[in-house]
Write a protein that binds this ligand. Structure first.
Ligand code: ADP
Ligand code: MG
Length: 354
């Protein structure tokens, strides 16, 4: 079995609702709610869902660009250490101050969300982010060679003298000519800028890259080039990806595993092949119904979905998909169904899928 490079448990982010100026109401935006997933070495987890369902918030929590409301994150840790911490957490429920202290110091070593600042800065370099908008994500005043090597110089991983040589190496990997070194972002197209973003990310030799809708703003013809580049880089460098998109077809193309998100929760989770062949949750079936399947007969209904996504502030107690669901029953209003394994490795959060 491959090592898990990342294990996220019960990730939760509730934003206070802004009133005016610096005041906040007591209400909360339930952006991400108890989301758990893991990613193995050299594998890609696709995270898919409509706009506003909490994908970017999840991604930014992983990097700790925003602090989570709750949850644990184990990044590049051995399972043995994680298990020790968990068994320790069980014991610290007892009243024993020295055990509790011990637990807190272990947590600082193992849980990414508890890392002290110096450890966080170092470890975060192993985790890189590729943004959706290739126009906003590159500093227009910097030459490409400086964009690619900025972090490396900041962290003293290369000297200024090694800058051009290093930048050249990564431009080559992403398929851009050496003449790009001295140019500025405005001289490149969207697809080329996304290549520069990828070069910047891999220059840090990360173990894990978050790709947040990296092809959503590109022309369809360019999309597959960038997806193929990401796939080639994974094969070559052995990096893992969290690949975020709202388009299920794109996610199928690149992912080994898929998590389908709706109103800040994962409603279906499993190997990409299984999800493709047999989407279980009515929401996944909705997303699937717009994915063309060449030469194959669909064995699930094409859905006609009505209704709005519910408010993340007045967060429903029952299933959040209720008002749009074609197979709903009254009982679905009582509580949100937890993710249950319906077939090996394939989980679904629906009372009615057996
Ligand atoms: N800083 C914030 N304050 C309040 N609400 C936020 C903030 N950032 C995001 N949200 C809300 O959280 C929800 C999830 O947003 P986001 O993670 O960006 O979704 P996605 O990436 O799936 O489109 C949305 O309803 C969004 O309006
Ligand atoms: Mg987003």
């Amino acid at each position: 079995m491959r090592k898990k490079i990342l294990i996220a448990e019960n990730l939760t982010k509730h934003y206070p609702v802004k009133m005016s100026g610096l005041t906040f109401s007591k209400e909360l935006v339930h952006a991400v709610n108890e989301v758990s997933f893991s990613i193995e070495e050299k594998q890609t987890l696709g995270l898919v869902g409509e706009s506003g369902c909490g994908k970017t918030t999840t991604a930014r929590m992983l990097l700790r660009v925003i602090e989570p409301t709750a949850g644990q994150l184990y990044f590049d840790q051995s399972e043995e250490k994680i298990n020790t911490l968990k068994s320790h957490s069980y014991h610290t429920n007892m009243e024993n101050n020295s055990l509790k202290k011990d637990f807190a110091s272990q947590k600082k070593e193992i849980d990414f969300f508890s890392y002290p600042n110096n450890k966080l800065t170092k470890e975060r370099l192993k985790m890189q982010y590729i943004f959706q908008d290739p126009y906003l994500s590159l500093n227009p005043k910097m030459q490409i060679r400086d964009i690619i090597t900025e972090s490396l110089i900041e962290h003293h991983l290369i000297t200024k003298g090694q800058k051009d040589q290093t930048a050249k190496k990564y431009l080559d990997i992403v398929g851009l000519p050496q003449t790009a070194l001295f140019k500025y972002p405005h001289e490149f197209s969207g697809g080329q800028r996304q290549r520069i973003n990828i070069a910047r990310a891999i220059a840090c030799q990360p173990h894990f890259i978050i790709c947040d809708e990296p092809v959503s703003s590109l022309d369809v013809s360019i999309q597959s080039q960038i997806l193929n580049l990401l796939i080639d880089i994974q094969k070559e460098l052995g990096v893992s990806y969290l690949f975020i998109a709202h388009n299920l077809a794109v996610v199928f193309y690149i992912s080994d595993w898929i998590a389908v998100m709706y109103t800040g929760k994962i409603v279906e989770y499993g190997p990409a092949k299984k999800l493709y062949q047999k989407p279980l949750h009515p929401y996944t079936q909705l997303l699937m119904s717009v994915v063309p399947k060449i030469g194959e007969k669909k064995d699930y209904p094409s859905l006609n979905i009505r209704g709005e996504i519910p408010s993340l502030i007045d967060y429903p107690k029952g299933c959040t998909f209720y008002n749009r669901c074609p197979i709903r029953q009254k009982a679905c209003l009582n509580s949100f169904p937890s993710l249950k394994e319906v077939e090996p490795d394939h989980q679904c959060a629906c009372f009615l899928v057996k």
